[in-house]
Design a protein around this ligand. Sequence first.
Ligand code: AMP
Ligand code: TRP
Length: 338
Amino acid sequence: MNKKRVLSGVQPTGNLHLGNYLGAIRNWVEIQSEYDNYFCVVDLHAITVPHNPATLAQDTLKIAALYLACGINLNNSTIFVQSHVKAHTELTWLLNCITPLNWLTDMIQFKEKAVKQGENVGVGLLDYPVLMAADILLYDADKVPVGEDQKQHLELTRDIAVRINHLFGKKDQKILKLPEPMIRKEGARVMSLTDGRSKMSKSDPAEGSRINILDNADTIAQKIKRCKTDPIKGLTFDDPDRPECNNLLTLYTLLSGKTKEAVAVECLDMGWGQFKPLLTETTIEALKPIQQKYHEIMDERSYLTGVLGSGAEKAAATADKTLERVKGAMGYLPPAIL
Ligand code: AMP
Ligand code: TRP
């Protein structure tokens, strides 16, 4: 039987942090052997807010290297760069023309990011979820493993697919497949270290609010030492009045590989003075092998560019077929008979 298809991606903006790792990439690694996977570095999304042309290419390579360093296996997965596969932008245009404007102005992430951009909000920021829909729909993805913050974009992707099928599909013939989000309960929303009520984010100006996958041991220790806690003794999960406590215990659970039940018992009588060094040690140890592998891969540049070259070729072969299917259904004249 053919394996079901998975597609996901991360933007090459800023440093990847524990939210990206625990909310997304770690889950890709865990499920990859059961699926046929496509993981892209979504560099076209990276320019929807002002970007630095001097670092974009290097940031793109870094994310691809991190995919491999975190354990993405090329036997099950294709790793590629979004801008290397032209079908993404072309399908985006076709989808743009059937997407109602108010679906996009309703997107929470657009509203949040638009506020930060002030007067300078680009059309690309509004159109961001349509490009994301194209990423997913081009590969007939069955599942899309992401963090909680992407749920609304996945719903929009399904709405766009339904609309294309409805407008241009013949009776029982579906043009585009409806994907399902895959959002794990634990780690789906890793919170900031400086405020347990807001999510850990690349764009938070406070560097101390996040732990980056590539942070060294001293930096990790400093950030955990200074992170926000509360004055209550005894550490417990799921207390709505203790969001920082819940977040730090969840980080410890996921990074140690222990069960939530085991951690609940282990930490029940602990104070922060005892817990923080434990979390520090666990985080450093969990990230160490990833960091080592990352540096090895970055030092072998030709290997990495080779992976991305063959990844783009394979991805384009799949994506082009879907694009032709959509264009055919929309009535375009095929180039072969021009
Ligand atoms: P981005 O950094 O926006 O490119 O996000 C890449 C992936 O990481 C997406 O699947 C997000 O849902 C996930 N992600 C980002 N921030 C967090 C967070 N704080 N907690 C959990 N997942 C996250
Ligand atoms: N919007 C996603 C994020 O910021 C990144 C992304 C772009 C993505 N295209 C995608 C995720 C396709 C999953 C599938 O996190």
